[in-house]
Design a protein. Structure first.
Length: 127
């Protein structure tokens, strides 16, 4: 299952619904970690950060330094290029019209837009 990204949108400001880099990065890290069936405390220990800090990164609340980004990426067995591409793919999918489906790296991805009633944005990945 893919990341479920939440972004509260201001009805008068469509730009506020745009996903931030830290939110996409955090969702990407969380998806990779859960896909690997690893727990947050193990990744945090391997990366040399506190579990609380890694949790805040995964929730899109903290924007890590380049050193922390590299350490978490290594702990997940990823290169910075793989992380950058993964986050860019998520951001690109969010920018597409509602229910647009594309194939990227052999994976079909579908993006949903802002839900008008709740103001939440979600991203779903399907195979």
């Amino acid at each position: 299952m893919g990341p479920h990204l939440t972004r509260v949108a201001d009805a008068d400001d469509p730009v506020s619904a745009e996903l931030l880099w830290r939110e996409a990065l955090g969702a990407f890290f969380r998806r990779v970690r859960t896909d690997q069936q690893r727990i947050l405390t193990d990744i945090a220990a391997q990366a040399g950060v506190s579990p609380q800090y890694l949790s805040e990164i995964e929730r899109g609340r903290k924007e890590p330094s380049s050193e922390i980004l590299a350490a978490v990426s290594r702990a997940l067995g990823l290169s910075l290029l793989q992380v950058t591409r993964g986050v860019a793919d998520a951001l690109e999918a969010m920018a597409r019209p509602r229910h647009a489906v594309t194939a990227v790296d052999g994976i079909q991805r579908t993006a949903a837009t802002t839900h008008r009633q709740s103001g939440h944005v979600s991203l779903r990945m399907v195979s």
